[in-house]
Design a protein around this ligand. Structure first.
Ligand SMILES: C[S@@+](CC[C@H](N)C(=O)[O-])C[C@H]1O[C@@H](n2cnc3c(N)ncnc32)[C@H](O)[C@@H]1O
Length: 407
């Protein structure tokens, strides 16, 4: 049995995310914070180096960017400041493609996934902690509804689209059903979009050459679900949190102080500045997502949510971070966003929380991006912004310096 490093304080069930438990997705997989497994065994699974590891086809997934992110993090580990990364935190996890890749190839030792959408986190929590029951549900949905396609499959799609958890279900069963809903809709909806106007693959009439089940390969899904269970059982996947990004970033130092400041890194992939309202239930867009973030009438009518993230990362973050964004000019031009070249914490945050004045580096990366609603892939540019040691952040044809930016 591997030994455990206990966290300083255990959280209680009263801290479950408000509303999240209705979906069966508690704030963490169990009521208490999960301690870190100290003696990790090598990741022994055939998918560890696989091309596709995530069971979700996520809009805006960073599978194409993941190798570049891996390079930046590996380069940082050559420095004295960040010799090893014991924990990678992904507060906007979505399909978690970057984390899964980096845990599989050994770039980082452990990952912690978090997202504000309880549908998505119920999926990851169940895949991690209740793997076999989710594998069974996946096969069952396939055999009974999806495999033969046609109207029966579309009716099942309608069922899951409107399904809501019943109050009398046990938390565990509610979470399993929500995870099944997430997986079903993700594999059978156009572009993997979980909400809004996106319809079933192949259309309601199912006359297309691509029927509703064309993205549902039960054997491959079984393998990927078991891989998530394996990562959780071996302590490589530390936990799955259903939290707003800020809560995640605030809680990591409290739960895992032994990793501060240099043995934990956050990889953040927030909703894009443009188009995100069409893709996610929880989005930063003034138009809103599809309601999963519970902001309701409190949703700001401008880009305040992007500004709050930037403000936090520039002045409050207690560990190093790497951020990917769409290459929107405002992001690197505005002093309120990421134009500054250095973090500027207040005197008191420096003193009390130990927040550092790390340098901020920016790079431009070209990828092939497939946006929801578009057929095929088109060239796109992503911004990478990071407080990893600047001398280690590569500059080459894959990671270009922005013309207007010096670092
Ligand atoms: C660009 S996607 C992440 C995609 C992911 N990197 C991948 O490879 O699949 C952004 C994610 O942020 C989540 N999100 C939106 N607002 C959030 C918030 N306030 N806190 C945490 N997560 C949020 C959305 O639910 C969505 O899953």
């Amino acid at each position: 049995m591997p030994s455990l490093i206990l966290p300083p304080a255990n959280r209680t069930a009263c801290e479950l995310a408000s509303g999240a438990h209705l979906f069966g997705s508690g704030e963490a997989i169990n009521a208490d914070t999960r301690p870190l497994v100290a003696e990790l065994e090598p990741v022994a699974h055939s998918l560890a180096h696989g091309r596709y590891q995530s069971p979700l086809r996520y809009p805006g997934a960073k599978s194409a960017l993941a190798p570049i992110i891996g390079r930046v993090i590996t380069a940082a580990k050559q420095s004295r400041e960040v010799p090893e990364i014991n924990l990678l935190v992904e507060p906007f996890a979505g399909g978690a493609s970057a984390s899964l890749r980096m845990i599989g190839d050994g770039t980082v030792e452990r990952v912690l996934l978090a997202d504000a959408d309880p549908l998505v986190t119920a999926f990851w929590q169940t895949a991690a902690d209740d793997t076999e029951r989710l594998v069974d549900r996946m096969h069952d949905e396939w055999k009974r509804y999806v495999r033969d396609g046609g109207q029966k499959a579309v009716e099942r799609w309608d069922y899951w689209r409107t399904w809501a958890p019943k109050p009398r279900m046990t938390p565990r069963n509610r979470r399993l059903a929500t995870a099944t809903q997430c997986l079903f809709l993700n594999r059978t909806t156009f572009s993997g979009i979980l909400h809004g106007k996106a319809g079933p693959i192949g259309g309601r009439a199912q006359t297309s050459a691509y029927p509703i089940g064309c993205r549902w390969n039960p054997d491959a899904l079984e393998d990927r679900l078991r891989y998530i269970g394996h990562l959780y059982n071996t302590g490589r996947l530390v936990d799955v949190w259903c939290k707003d990004w800020r809560q995640t970033l605030d809680d990591v130092p409290e739960y895992y102080p032994q990793l501060l400041p240099s043995r934990v890194v956050a990889y953040l992939d927030p909703p894009y500045v443009e188009k995100a309202s069409h893709l996610y239930r929880a989005s930063f867009d003034p138009l809103g997502g599809y309601g999963g973030d519970g902001l309701g009438a409190a949703r700001p009518s401008d880009y305040t949510l992007h500004l709050s993230l930037a403000n936090y990362l520039r002045s409050k973050a207690q560990f190093r971070w790497l951020l990917s964004y769409d290459n929107h000019p405002t992001l690197t031009e505005s002093g309120w966003l990421y134009a500054p070249d250095q973090m500027t914490p207040s005197q008191s945050d420096r003193k009390v929380l130990g927040v550092r004045c790390w340098r901020i580096s920016k790079r431009l990366v070209s990828t092939r991006y497939s946006a929801a609603g578009r057929v095929g892939k088109r060239p796109a540019e992503e911004l990478l912004i990071t407080t990893l040691p600047p001398a280690t952040v590569p500059i080459d044809e894959d990671l270009r310096v922005l013309e207007s930016v010096r670092t």
